[in-house]
Design a protein around this ligand. Structure first.
Ligand code: NDP
Ligand code: OXD
Length: 311
């Protein structure tokens, strides 16, 4: 007999994999995939990328909202019941995917691959002096579950690594900068900048002309946070001025960009369609089940969002 209902409202193909894990590991839970929600009064938990607009009235007994992704900026917190706990996705699949993507992007910039691709188009055979990773200063904006994993990988490859976050962190073998007072110093030493910040009111428009000016000339940018963090016109001007050498963008605003947007055809911009990392259904479902067990025991859930901070 099912005790209560858990509704999944996201990609239905991945939902069927969540269902397998739930049926195997938690047969007492009535796991349902939207729009098949059964009796809404029995729904205690919802996992969604975008919850329904009428979430409060539709699910009067909802106890936790899980994001099916790492970000929660797609939620309108004002439309959610004030005391509803919101949990973002922290699962090994998302972390591994992001580590792979960013490592690939950093190596691409570090080994001058964008320049060699441009040279090939001009049939130009022109070797450049290669630098070692130990001599390349890489910096990550955001020292959360993704930023820290990315830095650990880059550090293991000998890159000269640093990170910046809101509060002070202490990570072995890594220079950690914190807060607005440390930002200019962090940027001044950063030749390849990676953005892994969540989108909040404080980070909207954060990658702008003022920030770019603090970077060394010709710095590389890897943007895997959220599109609205980047001021598009400021990036184009920084590329024109040589302030930014090359940019690799996985996120844009809007997604997809309109066909006439200058990013599509810019010689110094590489675009991917928001694929840096994805939730992996089997590990995600296990992580959510683990959080449900914590919730039932009144223990803190992994990835619990601070709704005031916005992440
Ligand atoms: P976390 O919440 O674990 O970490 C966020 C980090 O950003 C923390 O270190 C936090 O600082 C820092 N931060 C937040 N606001 C500020 C600010 N105003 N100033 C300085 N630092 C700030 O997030 P994750 O690492 O799990 O994910 C980061 C983001 O990556 C997601 O929100 C999402 O937007 C993006 N993402 C993109 C994907 C893609 O495919 N492109 C896939 C998955 C995620 P502190 O430690 O002090 O709290
Ligand atoms: C996420 C994303 O937040 O895919 O998980 O960007």
């Amino acid at each position: 007999m099912h005790e209560f209902c858990f509704v999944y409202k996201s990609d239905p193909v991945r939902g069927r994999q969540w269902a397998e894990v739930f049926h195997e590991q938690a047969p007492h839970i009535d796991f349902r995939i939207w729009p098949d929600i059964g009796d809404p009064e029995r729904v205690r938990f919802l996992a969604a990328w975008t919850p329904p607009d009428d979430i409060a009235t539709r699910f009067p007994n909802l106890e936790v909202l899980f994001s099916s992704g790492a970000g929660v900026d797609q939620f309108d917190f004002n439309a959610l019941p004030a005391d509803l706990p919101v949990v973002r996705m922290v699962e090994p699949g998302i972390v591994c995917g992001m580590v792979e993507y960013v490592t690939h992007a950093v190596l691409d910039l570090h080994r001058d691959m964008p320049q060699y691709r441009r040279q090939q188009q001009r049939a130009e055979w022109q070797p450049r002096q290669a630098r070692l990773a130990a001599d390349r200063r890489v910096g990550v904006l955001g020292l959360g579950s993704l930023g820290q994993a990315v830095l650990a990988q880059l550090k293991s490859m000998n890159f000269d690594c640093a990170g910046w976050s809101r509060s002070q962190h202490h990570i072995d073998g890594m220079q950690c900068y914190a807060g607005s007072e440390d930002l200019a110093g962090f940027l001044a030493r950063t030749e390849i900048l990676i953005c892994l910040l969540p989108l909040t009111e404080a980070t909207r428009g954060f990658l702008n002309a003022k920030l770019f000016k603090h970077l060394p000339m010709g710095a590389g940018l890897v943007h895997v946070g959220r599109g609205p963090q980047l001021v598009d016109g400021d990036l184009l001007a920084a590329l024109d001025a040589g302030q930014i050498g090359d940019a690799i963008l996985d996120v844009t605003d809007p997604e997809p960009l309109p066909a006439a947007h200058p990013f599509w055809s810019h010689a110094r911009i590489a675009l991917t369609p928001h694929i840096a990392s994805m939730t992996h259904p089997l590990s995600a479902a296990r992580v959510v089940l683990d959080n449900l067990r914590r919730f039932e025991k009144n223990e803190p859930m992994d990835g619990l969002v601070d709704r005031v901070r916005g992440y």
